[in-house]
Design a protein around this ligand. Structure first.
Ligand SMILES: [Zn+2]
Length: 421
């Protein structure tokens, strides 16, 4: 992640109940073996209820929960019972191992190590009991859209929906207005009663269905990152490369470990053979001096291709940066500053610091902009009056020496657009 995101205590608590419930249901289904028979709600409901009653966090509410599972209709069919039925038709030993592996994977995501998940379900796998378990978990996640009933939860009795999760994320990340992955665009749109966003499953639910409700696997990001770029790609096996959990800066990790704090961006020449429409320079994410990055940058770039996306938007990022410089200079002394490289460097350093302290996570591309400013500073330090950015700013200042008067006149023009009071 480029930006740090804060953990969500309510989601952590409520979704841990949901994962425990999913496991308990699979455990109950793993105990029964009704070969080639339709799982009869009249038979399975009491089995499920009795099993839930053995779990402390569901005790006393097992009846309501079991009935909800067995009657959770979406459309004409019961979305949970059908796949559960198919899951029941497998050997008890295999199913018990599967459920144990799921539990291990869930714990692993709470404490990531140099390993990978045990359970993966592949799209092209034949429809067997494993795929049925996937479909059960998949359908379960979809029920979150309208909300899980309050009686599921051990520490709340209010309905809990995906929208509640998004609201908690927004509330606990108050300074984050920009997608935590790409730094390029807003990640939410608000209407009167709804916040629209893409909730990314960092480990896709199509491959890791048992992590579909894991609170540390769910993060609201922009839809370009989620749908167009990442899609269902498997972070742990991508472009022929295998990765482990510790190869990532996972969402909600401890403070101060996002790339905006632990990496810098190098502005370098594109290798020969670029398309003529492409910018001659490109941006590359690199580990900061004190950061033991391991595979973290490679794994992140493999998944979200942020370097490439920033480089393709470099004209736009430069435009943002240049306007920030000229707006800053307008308020100081544009003509004198653009005759003195040393003075200009001092102001560019102030602007670089201010952008790093105040704009990151709030304005699009603030992170690459900090490092564009740094590249301009280096350029002026090396080439003084001959630095292209110095020449461009001098040119700008000579045409805008009466900038204040122009802006004052324009402010009157803006105010004139309002109707008379
Ligand atoms: Zn994004």
């Amino acid at each position: 992640m480029i930006h740090q995101v804060c953990k969500l205590p309510v989601a952590n608590q409520l979704l841990s109940d949901i994962m425990a419930l999913q496991i308990a249901i699979l455990e109950a289904a793993a105990q029964v073996q009704i070969l080639d028979m339709v799982l009869d709600p009249a038979v399975f409901t009491p089995i499920l209820q009795a099993h839930l009653e053995t779990k402390r966090r569901f005790r006393g509410r097992s009846d309501a929960i079991a009935r909800w599972i067995m009657t959770s209709n979406r459309g004409v069919r019961n979305s949970l019972v059908e796949p559960l039925n198919a899951f029941a038709n497998a050997s008890q030993v295999e199913k018990a191992q599967f459920v144990a592996d799921i539990q291990r994977d869930i714990m692993l995501l709470y404490r990531p190590k140099a390993s990978t998940f045990k359970v993966t379900v592949l799209e092209n796998e034949p429809l067997g009991w494993r795929k049925s378990a996937r479909n059960f978990l998949y359908e379960f996640y979809d029920l979150w859209q309208t909300g899980f009933p309050g009686y599921i939860f051990s520490a709340s009795n209010e309905k809990y929906s995906r929208q509640d999760f998004i609201r908690e994320f927004e509330k606990l990340n108050p300074g984050l207005f920009i997608c935590a992955v790409c730094d390029g665009s807003a990640y939410i749109t608000k209407a009167v009663k709804h916040i629209y966003t893409s909730v990314d499953h960092f480990f896709p639910r199509s491959i890791y269905p048992h992590l579909s409700c894991h609170p540390l696997n769910l993060v609201p990001i922009c839809s370009s990152c989620n749908s167009y770029i990442k899609g269902d790609n498997n972070p742990l096996l991508l472009n022929g490369q295998h990765f482990q959990l510790i190869d990532f800066i996972l969402p909600y990790q401890r403070l101060e470990i996002a790339f905006s704090k632990k990496a810098y961006i190098a502005v370098v020449k594109r290798p020969p053979g670029r398309n003529k429409l492409q910018h001659p320079m490109q941006l590359e994410l690199k580990p900061a001096r004190d950061f033991q990055a391991g595979n973290k940058i490679i794994a992140f770039e493999n998944l979200y291709r942020v370097d490439e996306r920033w480089s393709e938007s470099l004209d736009e990022i430069e435009d943002h940066a240049f306007r920030r410089i000229t707006q800053f200079l307008t308020l100081i002394d544009p003509v004198n500053l653009t005759t003195d490289p040393a003075a200009l460097i001092r102001y560019l350093k102030a602007l670089m610091s201010q952008t790093d302290l105040e704009n990151i996570g709030k304005d699009p591309y603030a992170f690459p902009m900090v490092w564009l400013f740094k590249s301009y500073i280096d350029q002026i330090e090396a080439q003084k009056e001959n630095a292209p950015v110095f020449i461009a700013l001098k040119h700008w200042a000579s045409f805008n020496c009466r900038r204040w008067e122009v802006l004052e006149a324009h402010s009157l023009e803006i105010e004139r657009r309002l109707p008379d009071a």
